[in-house]
Design a protein around this ligand. Structure first.
Ligand SMILES: [Ca+2]
Length: 240
């Protein structure tokens, strides 16, 4: 019995790899059952786990995007940094909070854009760096305003539209119209393009807006344009 034990101890000693700096936790000790460590198959040392996660939702909120998802890294129980890119350009750094979730804002403009989210690797001491991980990309296409209409309320002309801008200083409304002139000696007319503009106050928040038209619609109007200075504009074409 004693002899058997001595032999087993000798075998164990024969396959033990001397500890070396930075190899305090041999990876071969971690799985169950452990793989055999031998001089021919040495302990690879600590391994940096790459971050994981998901990019769950993207919402345009009027002056930027709200992004939500989760991110985690096996090398920390703390927060993980999340970087937001719009059209390939870095715009914002977020951090995970409770339950490894992130829910944050990144500035972004109206129009059609792509948003990609990366989880930044948390390095593990003594290991080769794992790469950062792209958690996904999502796109949005939101105009400054949409659904422009001219409506009437108690005999007044009202410019109605869906306001997709947060923080505008006001809107500029422009009518494009034609002035018709007879062509002498014929029964035909020619139309000369003209325009008139006026400002209307800002609309708080986003959503349906109805703003009084400060100048009535001219005859032969064919286009109504609403501009949010600094954000952009949108038009609707129509013969009224
Ligand atoms: Ca890591």
């Amino acid at each position: 019995m004693r002899r058997t034990l001595v032999v087993l101890l000798a075998l164990a000693a024969a396959v033990t790899i001397p500890a070396s700096p930075g190899h305090a936790a041999p990876a071969c000790d971690q799985p169950v059952p452990p793989p055999i460590c031998s001089p021919d198959d040495p302990d690879p040392g600590p391994v940096d786990a790459p971050p994981r996660g998901a990019f769950d939702t993207l919402t345009f909120v009027g002056n930027g995007v709200r992004v939500t998802g989760w991110a985690a890294d096996g090398d920390t129980t703390g927060p993980v940094l999340v970087h937001v890119y719009v059209d390939g350009a870095f715009v914002s750094s977020l951090s995970t909070g409770t339950a490894q979730r992130f829910d944050g804002f990144a500035p972004a403009r109206h129009g059609a854009h792509s948003v990609c989210v990366w989880a930044l690797n948390v390095p593990r001491a003594g290991a080769d760096l794992a790469p950062n991980r792209q958690l996904g990309c999502r796109t949005y296409d939101v105009p400054v305003v949409s659904g422009i209409q001219l409506v009437y309320s108690s005999g007044r002309q009202i410019i109605a539209f869906n306001d997709n801008v947060l923080g505008e200083t006001g809107f500029t409304v422009r009518w494009d119209y034609y002035v018709l002139q007879n062509i002498p000696g014929t029964s035909q007319q020619v139309g000369w393009p003209q325009s008139i503009s006026f400002d209307v106050p800002a609309h708080p928040g986003t959503g349906p807006a109805e703003l009084a038209a400060l100048k009535v619609k001219p005859s032969n109007a064919y286009r109504l344009t609403v501009t949010a200075p600094g954000f952009g504009s949108a038009s609707t074409d129509h013969w009224w």
